[in-house]
Write a protein that binds this ligand. Structure first.
Ligand code: GUN
Length: 294
């Protein structure tokens, strides 16, 4: 029996390092032309540990490519009116090219209302309805970071998408839904026949087994198993979870939405966790900020 593992690892770290090099060159050009580098701000409300980690990673990435960054930490108890007035101030700040409001927000704040208050020209997360609409229509605008990072990764590794069957698992506004739209667009990557599967989908395994490309953003650790995919599939894993692991000094390890070890043996290509989609998301945010600064 041939048990050799021949899958290609879609290395998001490697791809993002390559992209960051050209982003750094772009930043230097903006600086010499405009007298200041691209500038990204992030609003972080409250003390959610995961959100703090993500925002700090975004700020660090800005430093790496020569951007200016501002981290605006606001208390958990902030009112919606106060938060909206902070957003308005950033909209009006001529020294700032783009900003994000890290989600999720505390439950007393209406995230839709806050996102809709962001000037679409500074909405480098691509979450504002104007940018979502432009994406659907294939018009210029900011693409959301995770789906756009996945597209960059597929492009970097020359993954064929034209005419392929793509199943996207999970219909969130920030990953699954935009991913399904981008994969069906008349573009590369794209031109897939896309199925968007979700919590109400019946007989999911029979659908994923038909797929040439499976993109998993369902938020459940190691959900996608080997018996749910066909031989030669390309798998993109958006999930990241801490699971207990007493063999590690830290007491935990990171896993995705895919049972990597068993699924990988059937794959043509697969993203690792960590080091797959995660680094690409941040790099896409940098690309959007560079675009905003131009
Ligand atoms: N929370 C999880 N992912 C994201 C993201 O890409 N942007 C923002 N603002 N919040 C998030």
């Amino acid at each position: 029996m041939d048990t050799e593992t021949t899958y290609q690892l879609l290395d998001g770290k490697r791809c993002s390092e390559a992209l960051k090099q050209s982003i750094a060159e772009g930043a230097a050009a903006v600086k010499s032309k405009r007298g200041r580098p691209p500038h990204l701000a992030a609003i972080l409300v409250g003390n959610d540990g995961a959100s703090k980690t993500y925002v700090e990673a975004k700020v660090k990435a800005c430093e790496q490519v020569g951007f200016r960054s501002s981290l605006i930490r606001l208390p958990e108890t902030i009112t919606e009116e106060e938060l909206l007035s902070r957003v308005e101030a950033l909209n009006a700040d001529a020294e700032l090219d783009g900003f994000i409001v890290q989600l999720p927000l505390p439950t007393h704040l209406n995230a839709d209302r806050v996102v809709q208050a962001i000037d679409p020209r500074k909405d480098v997360d691509g979450f504002h309805p104007v940018n979502v609409g432009n994406m659907v229509l294939g018009l210029p605008g900011f693409l959301p970071a995770t789906p756009s990072g996945i597209c960059e990764l597929l492009r970097f590794y020359h993954i064929e998408t034209d005419g392929k069957r793509c199943v996207v698992l999970g219909r969130s506004n920030i990953v699954g839904t935009p991913m399904s739209i981008l994969m069906s667009r008349n573009a590369y990557p794209g031109n897939c026949t896309v199925t968007l599967a979700h919590s109400r989908t019946k007989d999911l395994a029979s659908i994923t087994r038909e797929a040439d490309i499976v993109i998993v953003a369902i938020g459940k650790p190691q959900f996608l198993k080997a018996d749910m995919v066909k031989e030669g599939v390309v798998v993109v894993d958006v999930g990241i979870h801490r699971v207990q692991d007493t063999t590690r000094k830290s007491g935990f390890r990171l896993v995705g939405d895919v049972a990597f070890n068993e699924v990988a043996t059937k794959c043509k290509a697969i993203t690792p966790v960590p080091g797959g989609v995660g680094p690409m998301t941040i790099t896409s945010l940098l690309l959007n900020t560079l675009k905003a600064s131009r």
